[in-house]
Design a protein around this ligand. Sequence first.
Ligand SMILES: [Zn+2]
Length: 331
Amino acid sequence: MEFSLTIKYVNAQDNAIADWLSRSVSIEQLPPYSLCPIVNYLEADLNPSLFKLLTNEELSSEAKAEGEKNELPKVRWFNDLPYHVESRRIYIPKLFRESIVLWFHGSRLGGHQGIRRTEKRVKEYCWWPKMRETMEEVINNCILCNFQKVLTAKRTVKMALIKPHLFELISLDFIGPRRFHGNTYYILVVIDHFSRFMICESSTHPSQDMVIQCLQQRWLPLFGSPNGVLCDHGGAFIGSKFINYVNKVLSSRLIYASVEYPRGNGLNESSHRILETAIESHPDWAGLMFPEILSNCVLIYNSSPNISIGNTPAALVYGKDPRLPGLEVFN
Ligand SMILES: [Zn+2]
């Protein structure tokens, strides 16, 4: 009996599955689809309605369709089942992908690990194009992970000093004395370091009580307690009553600019020039009192674009610019 034998050389890469099979178990011992162990685990853990066992035909039909459109250049075929030529992992059709990521990320054996670690786990078993995108889609939307992120994202005073979020770091400073209509005024300036939003309080007698009252009645009800309160060693900021108010009542950290904050209180000081120019040039035609003029000037400051934040302080706080008295905007 004669045999006509043709030896066909197959590129080692293209022969991946046959190569792997020859070193592990015989073809007869293999389940019909080598993904079966994963599918079974998934089924046990996930809501069955989420997960549907596909036949070999269903599993491969998507890859076949994509292959015909040349969308899967790295997929090869073995026994009618698609696999990735480089990783030698079985190809997973779209319907399965999310469930597999969910299982490796959030099942009882998932551990809610991050995107990179979950991706590495999944890649041990299977492959599909743009795996990272699927990982990100599923894991970034994981409710449990997002909930924990909020819990662990504890902001420290140090973080607030380096890069403050809204209302985390405020600074206090005084302008004055300034003469107005025979009186001497001091202006307390309170600024949020993220938005540059400002409130001011004028007084003929600056004191720690006046500062406490301003924070308690004008800042706290609207913006809450900051993580850090930055100030200099001015007389109103070094009294024990003020120190106690910041540390105990606000439970904030009192930070003296020159000591703990090398940048100093420059951010607050740079607002003084704008405020003082506005006050000095304010038209006094209606015979306004100093506090009213100050209110107008604070509104001017809060509703004017700040170059370093690229917006108005008011817009960063309220999401829109305030309506200015007398100014109608026609769109
Ligand atoms: Zn998670």
